[in-house]
Write a protein that binds this ligand. Structure first.
Ligand SMILES: Cc1cc2nc3c(=O)[nH]c(=O)nc-3n(C[C@H](O)[C@H](O)[C@H](O)COP(=O)(O)O)c2cc1C
Length: 220
């Protein structure tokens, strides 16, 4: 598969088959992802792949935290309020998702239930948490973003689907406990992955992209 084919075939996938990825393949993919570039080659990613009973236990703990009405307490600042064109695109993405699921704009409860599926990992057999030392701040976040995209393209190449999830960094306490993370380490975000359930309506959601001129200026 070419890079452009991997890029075009990757979409955020939010329903998965109950079929774990063979351990050998997991190791191959995560070994390949180590090739990701990073500033000064510091390779700040400390990645945790959670599967099986541990994943189910974590799901229960995360859902309990959400149900308790507890406010999110992410390790990093995810507070940005999108403005202007960014806000329009945010609405566009939400609209694509909820339309595919048949959830009306006015159906607040339906949207909340759909949102909560983030913390059951959309029933994926695996979830990966991207953690890094907190002091790295934006420098580390850039590297981890690049690493996550590398990983998502490798997954696509191996016939696997994924969804990056800021939501998985919103309630870090149960994750920190389960992964036994030291205090100086922060959870940036996560990603659920596995084999896509091609029959699920939610997986028909498609987002668009701006034309070249909206984003790229050629100088000289
Ligand atoms: C850093 C990051 C965080 C994201 N967080 C979430 C999330 O918490 N839940 C979710 O359903 N999708 C999440 N997404 C998926 C985006 O909504 C999706 O990438 C975007 O709408 C473009 O759609 P596409 O991935 O299908 O091309 C996230 C994507 C990125 C890159």
């Amino acid at each position: 598969m070419s890079v452009v084919d991997a890029l075009n075939s990757r979409v955020s996938t939010r329903a998965f088959l109950d079929k774990p990825v063979p351990e050998e393949l997991l190791k191959t993919i995560f070994t390949e992802a180590q090739q990701s570039p990073s500033n000064c080659n510091v390779q700040p990613w400390q990645t945790y792949v959670v599967s099986g009973d541990k994943k189910d236990q974590l799901k229960d703990k995360l859902l309990t935290a959400i149900m308790s009405g507890k406010a999110p307490n992410p390790d990093f600042d995810w507070e940005v309020r999108y403005e202007g064109a960014h806000r329009d695109r945010q609405f566009g993405a939400a609209n694509a998702l909820y339309s595919a699921m048949g959830i009306e704009r006015s159906d607040k409860q339906g949207r909340q239930i759909a949102m909560a599926r983030n913390w059951s990992f959309f029933d994926a057999p695996h979830a990966v948490f991207f953690t890094m030392d907190k002091y790295l701040n934006i420098m580390g976040a850039v590297d981890i973003g690049i690493y996550a995209q590398t990983l998502s393209l490798l997954l696509a190449e191996h016939g696997l689907a994924s969804c990056m999830q800021g939501a998985l960094g919103q309630f870090p306490d149960p994750v920190r406990d389960m992964l036994d993370l030291p205090e100086e380490r922060g959870i940036l975000f996560g990603m659920s992955f596995g084999y896509a359930d091609e029959s699920a309506d939610v997986n028909r959601a498609r987002t668009d992209r701006e034309p070249l001129e909206a984003s790229v200026t050629f100088v000289g």
